[in-house]
Design a protein around this ligand. Structure first.
Ligand code: TNX
Length: 534
């Protein structure tokens, strides 16, 4: 056994080592360095309150995989073994001022303690701890010879916004369940908490609905896809895929364990050609259509007949059973009015409801759907077009994508909003003007522009309506991303910049500092095998 003197010498020699870099993304509210480091070893234990057990198990799995050591997990109430090194997770209600997602992490040469007023905060404390450890933690196998140390720090942290989102379009290109789970893992590492799952569009329906089997039998497959940007050309290759209801339950559970809410999006009444391919009766004209093989906005939209509304509510009834999210997204964007203007049934519906035009009819339809969702205790979310036809459904959340102004209008009309403007959050845009970038939809959105995004419009700053901005999210539309690797290339590291926008205090935003932290952070993404843009 080491003598006290030797131990003291060892400590001081450790303290003399150059401090390991601390690079946490998104940047915590407060982080102070202490003296020395906590070095993990074969005897290190985990200890967690019963309500934090699953979070502790996730940490345990990762530590075991990376170090090969056992990290036994003790109950928080069990008596501590004096002098035995521990990573401890505990609920501490006296920290309530940190909010439901806040935490305090304290590491010293003797151990690590993560304390939080609620479970989500403890989970985020663990995400910070993962980033304080060497990047080899993120590899899938044991890396020998690593000194598994945590620098001594005191962190106090809490998010700026409650909606910290990442949207993923799996309709234009299907993404296998494993890729979806991997994406959720990466979100959690960056403290993002809303996964907006865009499940349906003109080019594919990806969600099994028991009552309407043709949605996946017919709607999940298309004959071919557009080749590049040329609408005249197809690639001749069939594309398809869907999630069974069991797959969905697995994704929802996996996400919940990582404090991610899955918000499903079921597009209506536009972006719905895949529905019409499966159930032509739900359209405005009898002319048959196939699942669309081109990108863009299809002119074919759902009708507003009673049977279509019955279909939509049946589908949403299954959706609310599958997804516990308080929010259900029903799209509502880009609805070409031509078919409704030409359809006798739609015109009759306008007369009956007093709608003066297609926009007001759209608003009426959203009202019906919103009332159904409300009857199930859920809130409707829609793209900002839901405001175009007059007042939107009371209580609806507006996702502002066309311009920041639409978000401001929505707040002034009394809605909560999520900011998702093309100008700052469309990760399908080019991230560089250098040659060699993969073909993208267009636009230009470099990392710095994402990082500079400010979700609260200046007009609302400091006012009591600023809290109507629930947060923001980045969009991954996949017309030009055919594989999970292509998605990762467009997502990272720009999504890390967005994570800092929605998590960190506004005053802490500092591009040079972010870039300095990003370099070591990319080593983590390397260890995870993420195909980010370097
Ligand atoms: C607009 S954003 C769309 C999507 C496209 C995207 C491409 C929105 C609500 N609708 O259908 O994929 O542009 O950037």
């Amino acid at each position: 056994m080491a003598s006290p003197l030797a131990a003291a010498l060892l400590l001081s020699s450790q303290a003399a080592l150059p401090p390991a870099p601390v690079a946490v993304v998104p940047r915590p509210v407060r982080l102070e360095r202490g003296e020395g480091t906590f070095v993990l070893g074969p005897a290190t234990r985990l200890r967690a309150d019963a309500s934090l057990r699953r979070t502790a198990e996730l940490l345990q799995e990762e530590l075991r995989r990376a170090t090969g050591w056992p990290f036994p997990l003790l109950d928080g109430a069990a008596r501590a073994v004096p002098a035995s090194p521990e990573i401890r997770l505990r609920i501490d209600r006296s920290l309530a001022s940190l909010g439901p997602e806040g935490y305090r992490l304290t590491s010293t040469p003797r151990g690590v303690e993560i304390a939080a007023p609620a479970a989500a905060g403890a989970f985020y404390g663990v995400q910070t701890l993962r980033q304080l450890l060497p990047p080899q933690l993120f590899r899938r196998a044991v890396t020998p010879g690593v000194r598994w140390e945590v620098p001594a720090v005191r962190v106090e942290d809490r998010p700026r916004f409650s909606w910290r989102g990442s949207h993923l379009d799996v309709a234009r290109h299907f993404m296998p369940k494993r890729a979806v789970l991997d994406h959720i893992d990466l979100m959690a590492l960056h403290k993002l908490n809303v996964f907006h799952w865009h499940l349906t569009d003109d080019q594919g329906w990806r969600l099994e609905i028991r009552k309407y089997p043709r949605l996946v039998e017919v709607g999940s497959r298309r004959r071919e896809s557009q080749l590049g940007r040329d609408e005249e050309k197809g690639d001749g290759t069939p594309h398809g895929g869907f999630y069974t209801q069991d797959d969905v339950r697995e994704v929802v559970r996996y996400a919940a364990e990582r404090f991610v809410t899955v918000v499903p999006e079921i597009e209506m009444p536009g972006h719905a050609q895949a529905i019409l391919a499966a159930y032509p009766d739900l359209g405005n004209t009898p002319a048959p259509v196939e699942v669309w093989t081109r990108w863009g906005i299809s002119e074919r939209v759902l009708s507003v007949d009673d049977r279509t509304i019955a279909f939509l509510t049946d589908v949403l009834a299954e959706v609310v059973d599958l997804f516990p999210s308080p929010f259900v997204h029903v799209g509502g964007d880009e609805v070409p009015p031509r078919e409704w203007n030409e359809s006798p049934a739609a015109r009759a519906r306008m007369r009956e409801t007093g709608a003066r035009d297609a926009e007001e009819l759209h608003s009426w339809l959203m009202g019906r759907v919103g009332a159904f969702l409300a009857s199930k205790g859920r809130r409707l979310v829609g793209w900002d077009e839901i405001l175009d036809g007059g007042p939107a459904v009371p209580g609806a959340v507006v996702m502002s994508w066309r311009r920041a102004k639409s978000g401001l209008d929505a707040v002034r009309a009394g809605h909560d909003v999520v900011m998702a403007p093309m100008s700052h959050t469309y990760l399908d845009y080019y991230q560089s003007k250098e040659p060699g970038e993969p073909l993208a939809i267009g636009g230009f959105l470099p990392l710095e522009t994402v990082y500079a995004f400010e979700p609260v419009p200046p007009e609302l700053e400091g006012g009591d309506r600023a809290s109507c901005v629930l947060g923001a999210q980045a969009q991954l539309w996949t017309e030009f991303m055919a594989t999970p690797e292509a998605v990762q290339y467009m997502a990272w590291p720009r999504l890390a910049a967005l994570a800092e926008v929605v998590w960190s205090p506004r005053e802490a935003r500092d591009l040079a500092d972010f870039r300095a932290r990003l370099a070591p952070h990319l080593a983590r993404l390397d260890a995870l095998g993420v195909s980010y843009r370097g």
